[in-house]
Ligand binder design. Sequence first.
Ligand SMILES: Cc1ncc(COP(=O)(O)O)c(C=O)c1O
Length: 354
Amino acid sequence: MFTQRFRQLAPYVPGEQPRDRQYLKLNTNECPYPPAPKIAELLCRFDPSRLRLYPDPTMLGLREAIAARLGLTPEQVFTGNGSDEVLSFCFYAFFGADLGTLRFPTFTYSFYPVYCDFYDIPYEKVPLTEAFEVDLDALRGPGAAASGIIFANPNAPTGHFLPPARIAEMLNRFRSDRVVVVDEAYVDFGGESVLPLLDAHPNLLIVRTLSKSLALAGLRIGYALGHPALVEALFAVKDGFNSYPLDTLSQEIGTLALGEEVYYTGVAQRIMATRTRFAAALEELGWQVLPSRANFVFARRPGIPGRTVYEALKTEGILVRHFNPPEIADFVRITIGTDPQMDRLLATVARLWP
Ligand SMILES: Cc1ncc(COP(=O)(O)O)c(C=O)c1O
């Protein structure tokens, strides 16, 4: 009854969203603060009869808002149902056996190998440096065989950030007829975008999301920025799959949210201040915390396996994320919440592992 393709499918396992009890959720990098207040007003005055009609398949209003905010044209912007969908379209359009082997870091967003398996894309995982940093030289590798490169910057789950100048050097040495995707899901938490590199590098595509810094993970909006030819390709994939990935309401809420810069800059600043304070306090307790420019930290307490930490905290009603591969198995990834939430975690950690 099931195809061989299906039987071989190894789906991505998202962070838990349990319903058995109230947890302090620090496991999926959601924003601890609410979306901009104007969104509540929009929802109150929204006329439900508008939902009779299909949404705009070109998502133009939203794309115009993104373009205006970033100094681009709408032709350089693609939008989709979460950056997960946008990424999957990128894998479909730009990477594949006929172009070579896709390269990405061993530890980066763990959905990338899932898309590779889904679309049958050969890939090579490139080890991080000893300091758990993305190794750009190794990623570029012997360029000729690459079907492309993808990595997150800041990276997940480490939080490590590469300055755009270093990425520019890599792009200058990499072949221009293969796409390089930089996933900037966490760029608003102290990173710096490679946006200024777009003009010089028509093979560069940036992918972003409204799920993290704009506190809209439940709405599902992601976008890609790049040369109009790449954006056009993403539209072709979309129209080969689902013409209407973003509903009317999402398009309007997203457009509004993108204009609320003052509110969201404040949210990001609060999260960054909490991250600095939390990381220092955790280090005081004897933990190693990797430097992070994201809304999470990757941390370990030497001598205590990450799974033990994860399980003990879960028993205490606090969820963090643990990954099984041996090289990172003694770490946990902890999303930065509000100050009181992080204080609760610190008090629990101090009690469990004095
Ligand atoms: C690096 C990275 N990219 C993309 C995503 C997907 O985000 P979304 O599909 O909510 O836009 C995530 C989610 O955790 C992520 O960590």
